[in-house]
Design a protein around this ligand. Structure first.
Ligand SMILES: [Zn+2]
Ligand SMILES: [Zn+2]
Length: 322
């Protein structure tokens, strides 16, 4: 890729990372948060919006029953799992490792492509997603964490999406992304890519393609993604003391293309690679390596040496619980 095309997205100041906060400091931080007036608990009268979100969310779930009408063939399954794979990468490789944590660099054009791809996963826009996720890391498993399982599995998995508190994009958390008007537009019109996705699936496979490539695939994708918010703070093993409940799970890592190495990630958020060892399968990272070979992304960040200095705490990979 030529230098003229290779318009590099500028570095951002980034959110304050809690990853190096010592346990004692972290405890004080958490206590202070718990006592603080809940200034960010903005009352939001968005009942109509929430009703619409609920109707769309549960309506898509119910629409899975159309498989009883369409049946299934090899094309349907290929479309369903292909759509799952591509859009899971859109969440993990784009929304998470790029927009939320800026763990690698890319051109402005490919940044927009990543944003559009991410929006196709039907999890709102890139600024909204990154804003919520940065709050998750800033306040992990405290009362200000948007989706801590300490408030219950249902809340962490999907309930938090519908309680109204997190509906608005937290622009204070994503000033680095808000500098790009095309991303701000995409964040506002985040429903356009999912509509285009549904049209494409219909053109490929007719009604059956719509049901398997959009409806069923999206429901699987939602719960795969949400399992990181709920289960990755509950099952598996913590390797590092991060002051929160994050854990590593090989099973979740397989289902989410590498996001199950969640304790690794909470320990060192700016690493592109989340499986710190060769046996920690991290498909998102492998895809990003491929994109780097093509010159579409660059400056992927490796885990620092200090994460390997903790080798003595390493669980045996075969003994690792899911
Ligand atoms: Zn993260
Ligand atoms: Zn987490």
């Amino acid at each position: 890729m030529s230098e003229s095309v290779r318009f590099e997205v500028e570095e951002h100041e980034g959110p304050v990372s809690p990853e190096h906060v010592a346990p004692v400091e972290r405890t004080a931080q958490v206590e202070s948060i718990s006592r603080a007036p809940e200034a960010d608990r903005v009352e939001f009268d968005g009942r109509r919006e929430r009703a619409l979100s609920n109707a769309v969310y549960w309506g898509i779930h119910a629409s899975c029953l159309f498989v009883l009408y369409t049946g299934v063939d090899a094309t349907d399954l290929a479309l369903c799992f292909g759509a799952y794979f591509v859009r899971m990468f859109a969440i993990t490789g784009a929304y998470h490792r790029y927009f939320s944590h800026r763990t690698y660099k890319t051109s402005r054009a490919f940044q927009l492509f990543l944003g559009v791809l991410g929006a196709s996963a039907v999890q709102k826009g890139p600024l909204w997603w990154a804003g919520v996720h940065r709050l998750h890391h800033r306040y992990s498993d405290t009362p200000r964490d948007p989706h801590s399982p300490r408030e219950g599995f249902w809340h962490a998995h999907q309930g938090w999406i519908f309680n109204g508190r997190w509906d608005d994009t937290r622009m204070d958390q994503v000033r680095d992304l808000a500098r790009y008007p095309e991303l701000v537009w995409l964040n506002k019109f985040h429903f356009v890519p999912p509509i285009l996705w549904a049209v494409a699936c219909t053109l490929i496979g007719g009604f059956s393609g719509l049901v398997w490539g959009t409806v069923v695939s999206t429901v699987l994708l939602w719960h795969g993604t949400y399992s990181i918010n709920s289960l990755a703070h509950r099952i598996g093993r913590p390797r590092y003391d991060t002051g929160d409940d994050s854990r590593n799970s090989w099973l979740l890592a397989l289902l989410t293309l590498g996001e199950g190495w969640h304790n690794n990630h909470h320990y060192h958020q700016s690493s592109t690679r989340q499986g710190f060892y060769w046996w920690e399968i991290d498909v998102t990272y492998y895809v990003l390596l491929g994109l780097a070979k093509l010159g579409l992304v660059w400056d992927l960040k490796a885990p620092p040496a200090r994460v390997y200095a903790r080798r003595t705490q390493e669980p045996e990979p075969m003994r690792e619980a899911a």
